[in-house]
Design a binder for this molecule. Sequence first.
Ligand code: F6R
Length: 365
Amino acid sequence: DKGNFRHFMAKEIHEQPEVVSHTLARYLDLNAMKTRLPDDLPFDFRTLNRIAISACGTAFYAGLVAKYWFERFARLPVDIDIASEFRYREMPLEPNGLSLFVSQSGETADTLASLRYCKQEGQHIAAIVNVEESTIARESDVIFPTLAGPEIGVASTKAFTCQLAVLTALAIAAGRARGHLSEEDERKLVEALVEIPRFAAQALRLEPQIERLAKTFSHASDVLYLGRGTSYPLAMEGALKLKEISYIHAEGYAAGELKHGPIALIDETLPVVVIAPYDRIFDKTVSNMQEVAARGGRIVLMTDPKGAEAASIDALETLVLPDMPATITPIVYALPVQLLAYHVAVFMGTDVDQPRNLAKSVTVE
Ligand code: F6R
């Protein structure tokens, strides 16, 4: 049932404040303002050597964001791979490593094959899944469910933000267990997570502006997305979302890579979406944005009030999100990124919920 929405994708985008809140409630103790994981975890964050994350598509980008979090909060090295590459690479895995699989459906063939490889190599196996009765869930030592509810739209939206919600709670718990985060650090981070639903609801209010902007995208043959830090995986996620439902070619790049190649693409016809909350690397991203502006690129800047003021650039359009703690920006900024892809696709008249050539669950390799 689509409720009052035209598409399942729109409904699922709008459900995010609620389902992210449900998911967080599962992994946070809101009285003590701490993370809360099962007592009987089959591994110990204190003694883990490494985490190896494998996943496909959008779930892979969630894993890539988590790499930044685990490394920052827990000083725990993370390898992150596309499952279809990982499964054939025969990567050496040291004892006492955690293999973490991220999958909405829990049935993705390449992710499952990676899981079986890691199991054979004696790794601890954990999975973040949305479908708890899935094969990946069954074959894992422990699962961390996302409580997104059934996701019908082929393009993943609410599963992604719920995956991020679980991953950030895991990374904070790991940081606390390993002694890299104090009780006070944990409390501050949990306070930030608790605010996500409110900020996400505020972000959804940008929809009318995004809808108008989407019309100007429909003429583009390519779109570039740029971001740094945890906004970099989000840039790739934005590009994936746009190409899969609007069929407009898009690429996500780390902003710092711009001058190593993609800057050659910039001209007056290329929209460039810059995801840049006002964080400690904001200035670096802005200098990349100035390089785009100097070459006539059409910029869409997603930032916050401080960023909008500091950017001092004639941006084509600025989407101003609320000011929020840096840790939660990839979750909240995902919403305008999804809405942009959605409205471009609606304007183009594509089959948003069932884009051509795609299946919801990829059970063959
Ligand atoms: C993109 C999308 C796909 C899936 C990928 C993995 O919108 O939906 O890229 O994320 O096929 O699927 P799961 O998470 O079911 O393993």
